[in-house]
Write a protein that binds this ligand. Structure first.
Ligand code: UDX
Length: 449
């Protein structure tokens, strides 16, 4: 099939590349000339595991091309994906101007039937608005399909190639046939293609992300409570997760969810509900709790050192909002760095992929280490904000020598408590027993048993 993908951001690029991988001819379009030229010369502008290989393979086999010329891309394609940004505007609602603008441009260019597929996360009713634009600006028949993405950064290629489900919002039989042919190679293992009306499909995306954000937030509150009552969140997590109705996944407490999706989508659903005079109370609490969860690690630091951190030097492992990405949008690490600096501390950070993006925000206000060990050199304490695999089993002999004090505040619960006791660390993690200095450890033993 011949496909155009408008918008070469994260979703557009993964979608375009993965669609080319099953033999389709995909033209990716963007108004950013610089970006298109880079991709034409084989430079992939984002970091996403596994994408680079597919990107080069499909370019070299002429199935994946890049252009700024919307007219030519559309002329050759039967299916037109829109993967455009929907940033929150001032009141948290999704800004649709990119999508509606692109729909108008496309409407002015088409000369035969097209399937217009919306991949962006959009409020309920957007497909209707897009349809109305086509009605207004062209007499050519189109079908507008809502096709939300459920791609997780870091595993987006795998998520696209083997989705748990494909959601397609359309009532047109013609579009259903074209879209199920397109997605057939991706659901060979038997995962479903779910057809529904456009509005249900649009709401499915918001409901999925808001539910997951709620699940994490619930666990974060359980973790906070564990600390107060002296319970262990790992045990509670396993205890509830083995109930299949709850499930084991997305129960890991931490320092709040971040990224480009959860914060934006939860807020947009609250705003959309408000527009219908529906008070979505649980989601309003999720936003509030997540904001305060981002301060948890700093609160612990202040409790330990007091409010004035001048003269203290901290190492921070992890900048990206989660592992396997360079994305720092809404990352808890940003809050942590700001708070440390505002209280007079100095900071050295290390992240396998996120340093460049962080430099754009903090510049030389902080130091950037080349590896995890360099970061901890001379540090009064180590803070951990992202659970990269490389942090999971470090050489503590080396770390103990490099650090000024053996003090760790771990926002991602990376280390085994017994190990930290053996190593003689002060170890403060999320929802687990506090491991204090050697002299206090003995009294903790019975609790752990
Ligand atoms: C999410 C959705 O999973 C995906 O389906 C959607 O299309 C886009 O939004 P993503 O933002 O890439 O994907 O990250 P995800 O892996 O879902 O994690 C989101 C946030 O939740 C991260 O900040 C992560 O650290 C946090 N999280 C996740 C937890 O704190 N605990 C968990 O148990 C799981």
């Amino acid at each position: 099939m011949k496909i155009a993908v408008i918008g070469t951001g994260y979703v557009g690029l993964v979608t375009g590349t993965c669609l080319a991988e099953t033999g389709n001819h995909v033209t990716c379009v963007d108004i950013n000339t610089d970006k298109i030229e880079k991709m034409q010369s084989g430079i992939l502008p984002i970091y996403e595991p596994g994408l680079e290989l597919l990107f080069h393979r499909n370019i070299s086999q002429n199935r994946l091309t890049f252009t700024t010329d919307l007219a030519s891309a559309i002329d050759q394609s039967q299916i037109i994906f829109m993967a455009l940004p929907t940033p929150p505007n001032g009141d948290g609602a999704a800004d649709l101007s990119f999508i509606l603008g692109a729909a108008k441009d496309v409407a002015g260019l088409i000369t035969d039937y097209k399937v217009i597929v919306n991949k962006s996360t959009v409020p309920v009713g957007t497909a209707e608005k897009v349809k109305a634009i086509f009605k207004q600006y062209t007499h050519i028949e189109v079908d507008v399909v809502s096709n939300p993405e459920f791609l997780r950064e870091g595993v987006a290629v795998e998520d696209f190639m083997k989705p748990d489900r494909v959601v397609l919002g359309t009532v047109s039989e013609r579009a259903k046939k074209i879209m199920s042919d397109l997605y057939a190679p991706y659901v060979r293992q038997g995962n479903p293609i779910l057809f529904m009306d456009e509005k249900s499909s649009e709401l499915t995306k918001y409901a999925a992300n808001s539910f997951l954000a709620t699940k994490i937030t619930f666990m974060n509150e359980i973790a906070n409570l564990c600390e107060l009552v002296g319970a262990d969140v790992d045990s509670v997590r396993k205890g509830i997760g083995s109930d299949e109705r709850i499930g084991k996944r997305f129960l890991f407490p931490g320092i709040g969810y971040g990224g480009s999706c959860f914060p934006k989508d939860v807020q947009a659903l609250v705003k959309a509900s408000d527009d219908y005079a529906y008070d979505f109370k649980i989601l309003k609490s999720v936003i509030e709790v997540n904001d305060s969860q981002k301060t948890v690690l700093i609160d612990k630091v202040i409790k330990y050192y007091g409010d004035d951190l001048s003269g203290k030097h901290f190492a921070l492992w992890g900048l990206a909002f989660k592992p396997e990405t360079d994305d720092i949008r809404e990352a808890p690490s940003l809050y942590i760095i700001k708070a440390l600096l505002s209280k007079g501390a100095t900071v050295t950070v290390f992240d396998p992929e996120g340093s460049e993006n962080t430099k754009a925000i903090f510049g030389d206000k902080i130091s950037y280490a080349a590896n995890a060990y360099e970061a901890v050199k001379g540090a009064d304490a180590l803070l951990i904000a992202t659970e990269w695999s490389v942090f999971r089993n470090p050489d503590f002999d080396q770390i103990s020598v490099l650090m000024k004090e053996r003090v760790i505040f771990d926002g991602r619960n990376l280390f085994n408590l017994d190990k930290m006791i053996d190593l003689g660390y002060y170890y403060n993690s999320i929802g687990r027993h506090l491991i204090e200095k050697a002299e206090d450890i003995a009294k903790l033993q019975p609790v752990r048993d």
